[in-house]
Design a protein around this ligand. Sequence first.
Ligand SMILES: *Cc1c(COP(=O)(O)O)cnc(C)c1O
Length: 384
Amino acid sequence: MRFDDHTRARLDELHANRLHRTLLTLESPPGPLATVGGRTFIQLASNDYLAHASHPDLIQAVADGAARWGVGAGAARLVTGHTGAHADAERALASLVGAEAALLFSTGYAANVGAIQSLLGPEDLVLSDALNHASLIDGCRLSGAKVLVYPHRDVEAASRLLAEHRARYRAALLVTDSVFSMDATAAPLAALRALTDAFDTGLMVDEAHALGIVGPAGRGLSADAGIVPDVLTGMLGKSLGLMGAFAAGRASTVDLILNRARSFVFSTGLSPALAAAIPAAVSLALAADERRTALAIATRTLADGLAAKGYDVRPGTGPILPVWLGTPDRALALAATLWDGGVLARAIRPPTVPPGTARLRVVPCALTSPSLVTQALAAFPPAP
Ligand SMILES: *Cc1c(COP(=O)(O)O)cnc(C)c1O
């Protein structure tokens, strides 16, 4: 088969299964509204929960950072791409989560893949929640460690797996999202910490959807649960309004990640202009209690309104509202109806979620005002 025929055949499969995806071109900066094709939509699909991605203070911090440090790092951090801006940012991030040290990565995907791959090898064991983010799954695979998947949030099942398998491996690590990105469920972190301690196992927590939202001043679910993970990854592209991510933990753990994470060692450093804005992004997020309150109100009103229309909406921790529809067809149909009604919400289909659990992921932001919530709800037809 010609290569071109191969790619077209694979694309045809995606179309046939209603799993083909396309890019949506926004003509506006991030915020509660989005312009697409000259039309204005209520934005209910972004992870910019605090609406900090277009905050004037943060825009200024990036502009100042670019003026002071330039735009490109010019090399991997271990070569010559490490600046005072990166060092200051790492101190601010370690302090945000109460860790000894933190290491910046250019994306959360790179942080998760790199951290797991750097800490484990084929002699080791990794336990992974069944609904973990793709980047954690890929990190587990790349590490070469034995991977055991436990049912979502099932501490008992994880305990049985550790009892049966732990002794045969050199080191073990349990990895979990803190707030799960497509379900808004929260990992039972206190129980997982007790379990991993009992089995001489490390705990790695991905705080992507909890940082800026959950816990005291938005310090995350680990802080809320009063536990200290061995490795904590935090993403800067969601509530913090920038991009990039970090892995935090004991200084020795972070040193090993710095030395062995291939997505760190072999990748150009995060833009120093962005790095320079990280302390401002952290301060802004810590001081955002008013926005967190507004976000909680918008989330609650949307959830109540959707339930009143008969939708199977399953609120959890934070602003993510999964609206259960089952098949990709139903999720796509509702997204299309909302589009016609001026609301931007995206259908979430496999492989992002397990087959049979396609859904709409409805997410307000802190600037989704009560009147925008009312307008958005009006665009939802009664549930079929
Ligand atoms: C978004 C996300 C990531 C990846 O972070 P990026 O900075 O977007 O690459 C990792 N883990 C979870 C749970 C996420 O939601």
